[in-house]
Design a binder for this molecule. Structure first.
Ligand code: BES
Ligand code: MN
Ligand code: MN
Length: 456
């Protein structure tokens, strides 16, 4: 019955998503401020139309949080849905086959910035809710909290949560902002890495210099920065920051063997990325490197002259943005501090180094023996006809650990994206199959969660 409604309305669902995708809600760039707010209003309106009560834009020091709820019966469990309506910047635009904010459907996929992360996945919840409301089939109470600052570190969400402890009370948090292994190998995310993000600035001479008059005698901050960054990994691709691995949770051989049972095709992986070989920490498989091991990556590096032609110059300053992905039981504060101390200590006397911490977030492992996880697993099994497996993801959603710490509530990470959706990259996409399958799976979760909570 619900399935029929979804297939009868699928064109409208897709068109509504495409309408939202046309609004460039890039939270990182103030140029898009009005569009980000317009997207919040769009979500608010769609929640209202779907039948939510008390829908409002909750103002924060940054972008508003869209809140709405439907309380059907205090005796039923309450699901708190979290998602985000902001998107990553679309740069570089020239690498897109079609403009990032003019969604198109090609090969059964919607191409646009935010198609998967997270507008497409967040909107599945709005349409699943509409579907349940239309059929009087909402099996749980539901609260929606859709934010607009996820891609820039959710700086104001913590305050909002702390100020709304009662309003946000729930039995479980439900999030679709991750992926699964494949459409024929559904999986449920059972963990996320944490994050320390820093910017470094290396200063040499007090002005840009002629690279002939001074080259060879004065430290070139770009050369120095490159040497410093290169030294952060050793020949085995271990990170050299003292104490970096002190608190890293080592998995048992059994746990690693269990993880190793998830299908993985190295050849396909290489091909999809156009690389001749993978690269990473010695002693760990690719899957382990992107889930249970911490990393350090330069996300951007700049300085000196990068314009047309050549300019012979020793720049005064060089910069880099560096992210470190963290695993249980590292903390972002600990790792940021260890990085800062080490990075300052390896700088030669000829330069000055400043380390500026950006956002951080804590790693999390979500329980797989909970009623909520089991309900999600049954929902996937019914919708896909295949039992899902738990997989720890390499990405970060810092609010998941924060929700657990502040609200005491576990999350269930029901993602429907695929690696091939290319989130954060040019030509991001989301499969129509995935979008519609998500809308179908979510009501099954509500149904099983309500049933199984009763018997728990
Ligand atoms: N949806 C992603 C997180 C994600 C991606 C989880 C892939 C699992 C698989 C989220 O929007 C995101 O991009 N998070 C940022 C962290 C944030 C602090 C900017 C990330 O992981 O880089
Ligand atoms: Mn996301
Ligand atoms: Mn993202």
């Amino acid at each position: 019955m619900l399935k029929n409604y979804i297939s009868e309305n699928k064109d409208r669902f897709i068109n509504e998503l495409m309408e939202m995708l046309r609004i460039p809600s890039v939270s990182a760039d103030p140029k898009f401020k009005a569009d980000v707010i317009r997207t919040a209003e769009f979500v608010k309106q769609k929640l209202q139309e779907a039948g939510a009560d008390s829908v409002e834009l909750c103002e924060t020091a940054g972008y508003p949080i869209v809140y709405g709820e439907k309380m059907v019966d205090p005796a039923l469990p309450t699901v708190l849905v979290y998602g985000h309506y902001d998107v990553q910047p679309a740069d570089p635009y020239e690498l897109w086959n079609s403009p990032p904010f003019e969604p198109v459907i090609k090969n059964e996929k919607i191409y646009a910035r935010g198609a998967c992360d997270d507008k497409g996945q967040m909107y599945m919840h709005v349409k699943a809710f509409e579907t349940m409301m239309k059929h009087n089939a909402l099996a749980c109470n539901v609260k929606f909290m859709i934010e607009g600052e996820e891609e820039v570190g959710s700086a104001n969400l913590g305050t909002f949560v702390k100020n709304n402890l009662d309003r946000l009370q729930a039995d479980v948090i439900l999030i679709s902002d991750t992926g699964m292994l494949g459409n024929d190998t559904p999986s449920i995310t059972s963990g996320l890495r944490g994050m320390s993000y820093v910017e470094v600035e290396v200063t040499g001479p007090n002005r840009d210099l002629h690279s002939g008059s001074y080259g060879g005698a004065v430290a070139n901050p770009i050369n120095i920065l490159c040497q410093m960054i290169a030294s952060l990994h050793d020949e085995n691709n271990h990170i050299t920051i003292p104490g970096f691995y002190d608190n890293v949770e080592e998995l048992t051989e059994e746990e690693r063997a269990e993880m190793g049972r998830a299908p993985f095709d190295l050849e396909k992986y290489r091909q999809a990325l156009g690389i001749a070989d993978v690269h990473g920490e010695k002693g760990y498989s690719t899957r382990e490197r992107i889930s249970i091991r911490p990393t350090l990556d330069v996300n951007g590096i700049w300085g000196g002259y990068t314009g047309e032609g050549a300019k012979t110059v020793i720049a005064s300053k060089a910069y880099a943005k560096i992210s470190m992905r963290l695993v249980p039981h590292q903390t972002s504060e600990e790792i940021t501090e260890k990085f800062r101390k080490h990075f300052e200590s390896i700088a030669p006397a000829s330069v000055q180094v400043v380390v500026k911490p950006h956002h951080g977030g804590e790693p999390v492992v979500t329980p797989t023996d909970s009623v909520a996880y089991q309900a999600a697993a049954r929902a996937y099994e019914e919708a896909f006809g295949i039992k899902p497996i738990p997989v720890r993801s390499g990405g970060s959603i810092p609010i998941v650990a924060m929700f657990k710490a502040v609200l005491g509530i576990d999350s269930v990470l029901m993602g429907f994206g695929l690696d091939s959706d290319a989130i954060h990259s040019p030509n991001e996409s989301f499969g129509l199959f995935n979008f519609l399958k998500g809308i179908e799976t979510i009501p099954l979760f509500y149904q099983y969660y309500a049933e199984m909570s009763q018997h728990a």
